[in-house]
Design a protein around this ligand. Sequence first.
Ligand code: NAD
Ligand code: TDX
Length: 331
Amino acid sequence: MKLLITGGAGFIGSNFIHYWLKKHAGDQIINLDSLTYAGHLESLKDVSHRHHYTFVKGDINNSELVDSLMSQVDIVVHFAAETHVDRSITDPMIFTRTNVIGTQTLLEAAKKYGTRFHHISTDEVFGALKLESKNKFNTKTRYQPNSPYSASKAASDHLVMSYHTTFGVPVTITNCSNNFGPYQDTEKFIPRTITNLLEGKNILIYGDGKYVRDWMHVEDHCRAIELVLLKGKVGASYTVGGMNKDVSNLEVSKKILKIMKLPESRIDYIKDRPGHDRRYAVSWKKINKELGWEPKEKFSKRLKQTIDWYRANEWWWKDMKVKSEDFYKTK
Ligand code: NAD
Ligand code: TDX
């Protein structure tokens, strides 16, 4: 098979390319990425020499380029997006351009060539759950996005499904919860927390820290995408999440401190994020029942591996960290 991966220089995209080339060594991958601040080719240095892998620097909004790449492939896995909620508060317009118009540009080409299209989306399209509730998001949950980021992802999901219903494009969608693991930009909570501690700084917790995220390891996510690509029902969406009971940002911080043998006095509380979603929790019953997927390793084991990875790969994050902290200073 020949796959077009968009946003392959980002966190999940680069993990997916490593995963796919390891499991499907005969397949060809074209990685289309415009290398925004979030694109890091260093994440792919292990595979960049492989003749099964081609990198194309370009924008998903460039319809001519997208058309020519689409004509060469069997499947698109669409990761490219603006992804940081905090940035969608300071600079929302780019989120619509990339996440909505960019997705539609790809869909137009997929429509022309009848290409199988898998869209990577988020649980944030469903809005927020109450802290005290036991509810989980599932594929029937009503869309109720709160941030410009989640609103743009919600719009893109609707466009993807509309191209299936109206034009018969063979699409699938996965809406997954918060990922963590290697190659995640230091702007995001878990890598920011780990790298702050490695640099001798404190953890910065927004608001009261009683915000719950459904953490899942990026490799579990890659395996879910693989199953949906190979066996998923065309026209369907799947919600994908972790194996945790509810764990708050504060609890995650304390777990990291414990693994790193540091005291809880290393936590600072800072101004809350506007419109901060209180709780996410995702049911993965459907993908479990239909495709046999489940998360593999415990959160604490994966967290330790992730801390070890950031400790061993300072070369990868040191310069990026300066840039992500510069962004936070402008907020
Ligand atoms: P990321 O921010 O790490 O990477 C995004 C990549 O897209 C970067 O390489 C960037 O250069 C590229 N890109 C941005 N705009 C582009 C454009 N116009 N044309 C081409 N490339 C462009 O993102 P991530 O965390 O890896 O997320 C990947 C996908 O997964 C996104 O669609 C995101 O909404 C979704 N998602 C992420 C999470 C998470 O926890 N990280 C959870 C749920 C869903
Ligand atoms: O320094 C911080 N302190 C803090 O308390 C940062 C960066 C975040 N937080 C909080 C905000 C959230 O409650 O931690 C939680 C996680 O924050 P992020 O890593 O920014 O992730 P989130 O906003 O939950 O969104 C992520 O998961 C869903 C991804 O960025 C999205 O792309 C994905 O769709």
